[in-house]
Design a protein around this ligand. Structure first.
Ligand code: FMN
Length: 381
């Protein structure tokens, strides 16, 4: 019996299997509104029968976007744009999730396919970025504005308002983006947070903003909605956020009603997160991109806290994914690039693991024909 294809109930929602489409920015929105492209993109994963499909990082206010083309959920038109996408995902028996985010000092940049550089300050679509402290993310980035406590409280309320709009749109799971150097992560990490008030200093101070967001969002969404929190489990730089810090944070998140910690890593320094090799040599340490390189973080959180965990990062083969779940290293596996390459990965994995010999997982519109295809293949072998 495949554990990868076993259901998982979290609060009021049951995921049909353990395969999750990781949040994937498409940089194709207009005024934060989802477009036909987003329908095509996300509906393909729903037909491919992942258990849970997350939207890309969706900004809680306009300055919270990474690029001018990122999606948002700060107005009702954005709710209306998401609705048909969510309805379709749910019609496939797949759970619809949204990742809510604020880009902080990594905002106001160009999409990766246009260079990923900060927009020139005189670009009409650029904006001033915000951060815990006025420290740029890296060379070439402008100085962000350090947030006042009133600004921080306002952003917490933006997360709350976006969460309410997520429910209105029909989303069944919310993930709060606390990773990759964006605003929540930049408050957590001593590399970016040099504040001396209650939102900085020691670990408790640096965690305060993220915990305020989680507490307020949980109160706003009620008890039935599963909440995920994405962490960068380690900064991967000296004197940065550590795995022990992630365990401490996770214990606090559990107390506030977060259900799943999604374990990514890196991104605080502004160095590209998707480098594969320098000078042709494989990268070492936390930058190494070997299969399952972040699974140990998910395993640590699962084994040392009361939370469920999600593993992500270079999960490629069905057998690898099956083993992560069946060995108890994580409760869920999230796929990014592999499922972009093959959006029907879950259906194909079910074949490879003999979890769906009769193509019952396939949408009925496909099942009868794919079944015949298999018979023809057998006859012609
Ligand atoms: C095109 C692309 C867009 C991404 N957008 C997001 C995002 O919106 N939010 C996020 O947390 N991670 C984002 N990521 C990171 C992925 O969710 C995932 O963690 C990462 O790609 C590692 O998984 P993989 O090896 O299966 O691709 C993105 C990655 C890619 C390749």
């Amino acid at each position: 019996m495949s554990k990868l294809f076993s259901p998982l109930t979290i609060r009021g929602i049951t995921l049909p299997n353990r395969i999750v489409v990781s949040p994937l920015c498409m940089y194709s929105g207009i005024d934060g509104l989802a477009q036909p492209f987003h329908f095509a993109h996300l509906s393909t994963f729903a037909r491919g029968k992942a258990g849970l499909v997350f939207t890309e990082a969706t900004a809680v206010n306009p300055e919270g976007r990474i690029t001018p083309q990122c999606l948002g959920l700060w107005n009702d038109a954005q709710v209306r744009a998401f609705k048909p996408i969510v309805d379709f995902i749910r019609s496939m028996g797949v759970v619809a999730g949204i990742q809510l985010a604020h880009a902080g000092r990594k905002g106001s940049t160009a999409p990766p396919f246009f260079g990923a550089k900060p927009l020139p300050v005189d670009d009409p679509s650029a904006w001033s970025t915000v951060a815990p402290s006025a420290i740029p993310v890296g060379p070439g980035f402008p100085d962000p504005d350090a947030l006042s406590t009133d600004d921080i409280h306002a952003i917490v309320q933006d997360f709350v308002a976006a969460s309410r709009r997520a429910i209105e749109s029909g989303f069944q799971v919310i993930e709060l983006h606390g990773a990759h150097g964006y605003l929540m992560h930049s408050f957590l990490s001593p590399i970016a947070n040099k504040r001396t008030d209650e939102y900085g200093g020691d670990l408790a101070g640096r965690m305060r903003f993220a915990l305020d967001v989680c507490k307020s969002v949980r109160e706003a969404v009620g008890n039935d909605m599963p909440l995920f929190f994405r962490i960068s489990a380690v900064d991967g730089v000296e004197a940065g956020w550590s795995l022990d810090d992630s365990v401490a944070l996770s214990n606090e998140l559990a107390a506030l009603g977060i259900d799943v910690v999604d374990c990514s890593s890196g991104g605080i320094s502004g160095a590209p997160r998707f480098r594969v090799a320098d000078d042709g040599k494989p990268l070492q340490g936390s930058s190494a991109r070997t299969p399952g390189f972040q699974v140990p973080y998910a395993e640590k959180i699962k084994r040392t806290t009361d939370l469920k965990s999600m593993a992500v990062g270079v999960i490629i083969d069905p057998e690898q994914a099956e083993s992560i779940i069946s060995e108890g290293q994580a409760d869920l596996v999230a796929l990014g690039r592999e499922i972009m390459y093959n959006p029907f990965w879950p259906l194909h994995a079910a074949q490879a693991l003999n979890a769906d010999p009769n193509f019952d997982l396939w949408p009925p519109q496909y099942k009868w024909a794919v079944d015949r295809r298999e018979q023809i293949r057998k006859l012609n072998r």
